[in-house]
Design a binder for this molecule. Structure first.
Ligand SMILES: NC(=O)C1=CN([C@@H]2O[C@H](COP(=O)(O)OP(=O)(O)OC[C@H]3O[C@@H](n4cnc5c(N)ncnc54)[C@H](OP(=O)(O)O)[C@@H]3O)[C@@H](O)[C@H]2O)C=CC1
Ligand SMILES: O=C(O)C1=N[C@H](C(=O)O)C[C@H](O)C1
Length: 255
C-alpha cells in the first residue's frame, strides 16, 4: 500500500486528495497542516517542518500549494529522496527550471491538470490545431471559482501549449491574454485567452477554433475536485520506484 504525504493538506485540493486516498488503495503517511479532519477552514493551522515530515514514513509526496513554496517543497523531497507529484499552477520559467533541477535526483511529475478528461482534451486540441489552417482563430476560455489566484489557469495555458505545438510554434510567440480598449483587429495566428472567475466552479475549459462561417469547440467541465485528486493519487502510485526524471500525466494515463 503506497504511503502518501500531502503538502498543502489543509487546502481545497489537499482535502480532496485526503478523501481520494480512502478508495485508492493508498494510505495517508503524513500532512503538513495536521487539522485535516477538521472541516471548515478558519485560521490556517500551524505547519510541520517539511524536511522532517518528508524524512518520516511514506513513499511519495503530493503537493498542491503555491509557487512561493515550490522551492522549499522540492528541497524537502530531495533531502528525503522521495518522488513528488506537483499540481500547483501559476509557475514561471524559473519554477520550471527548479523542477528540472530536482528531477536530476528524484522522480518529479508536474501537471497543471491531473484529470483524464483534460489530458485527453489536450491531445485532441493538438491534433485539431495541426489539421486546421491559421485562418481558424484559436481562443481559450476558462472559468473557475472566486478563490483562484492565478490567471489564465494552468490548464488553459496547457491547452494553449497543445494548440501551439499542433501549429508547430511556441505559445509565447502567439499568446494574447489581455484585450482592453482599442485593441486593433485580431492578428492571424494569435492564441487568445479569456478568464472568468466566480462562485464555486471547479474548472471549465473551452477551446474555440473559429473560421469564416463555422466554429469547432472542444471543452471540458470539472464537476468537482475529486477528478484532480484521483489523478494525483494515481500519479503518485505510478511514480514510486521510477528513476529520477521529469514525468507527465500523459505517461501515467497512457495517452
Ligand atoms: N493540477 C491540478 O489538477 C490542480 C491544480 N490546482 C492548483 O493547486 C494549487 C492549490 O489549489 P487549492 O488547493 O485550491 O488552494 P488552497 O489555497 O485551498 O490551498 C493551498 C494550500 O497550500 C498552502 N500554502 C499556500 N501558500 C503556502 C506557503 N507559502 N507555504 C506553505 N504552505 C502554503 C495553504 O496553506 P495556508 O492556507 O495555511 O496558507 C493551503 O494548505 C493552486 O495552484 C491550484 O491552481 C488545483 C486543482 C487541480
Ligand atoms: O485552482 C483550481 O481550482 C484549479 N487549478 C488548475 C488550473 O489552474 O488549471 C486545475 C483546475 O482547473 C482547477
Amino acid at each position: 500500500m503506497t504511503g502518501i504525504i500531502i503538502f498543502g493538506s489543509a487546502g481545497r485540493m489537499g482535502r480532496a486528495v485526503y478523501e481520494a486516498l480512502v478508495s485508492s488503495g493508498a494510505h495517508l503517511a503524513g500532512v503538513d497542516q495536521p487539522d485535516i479532519d477538521n472541516n471548515p477552514r478558519r485560521d490556517p493551522p500551524p505547519r510541520v517542518p517539511l524536511e522532517q515530515l518528508a524524512r518520516g514514513g511514506g513513499d511519495v509526496i503530493i503537493d498542491f500549494t503555491s509557487p512561493d513554496v515550490l522551492e522549499e517543497n522540492l528541497w524537502a523531497a530531495q533531502v528525503a529522496k522521495k518522488p513528488i507529484v506537483i499540481g500547483t499552477t501559476g509557475l514561471t520559467d524559473s519554477h520550471h527550471a527548479m523542477i528540472d533541477r530536482a528531477a536530476r535526483s528524484i522522480p518529479v511529475l508536474w501537471s497543471a491538470n491531473m484529470s483524464l478528461g483534460v489530458n485527453l482534451l489536450a491531445a485532441l486540441v493538438k491534433d485539431a490545431a495541426s489539421r486546421l489552417s491559421v485562418e481558424w482563430d484559436i481562443e481559450i476560455l476558462e472559468m473557475h471559482h472566486r478563490h483562484k489566484v492565478d490567471a489564465p489557469s494552468g490548464t488553459a495555458l496547457m491547452l494553449g501549449d497543445a494548440a501551439a505545438a499542433g501549429r508547430g510554434i511556441d505559445l509565447d510567440s502567439a499568446k494574447v491574454t489581455v484585450r482592453d480598449g482599442i485593441t486593433g483587429e485580431r492578428q492571424y495566428g494569435d492564441i487568445g485567452f479569456a478568464t472568468l472567475r466566480g462562485g464555486s466552479v471547479a474548472g471549465d475549459h473551452q477551446v474555440i477554433f473559429a473560421a469564416e462561417g463555422e466554429r469547432l469547440e472542444l471543452g471540458h467541465r470539472a464537476e468537482g475536485r475529486v477528478i484532480f485528486a484521483r489523478g494525483a493519487v494515481r500519479a503518485a502510485q505510478w511514480l514510486v520506484g521510477k528513476e529520477p526524471g521529469r514525468y507527465t500525466m500523459a505517461q501515467v494515463l497512457g495517452l
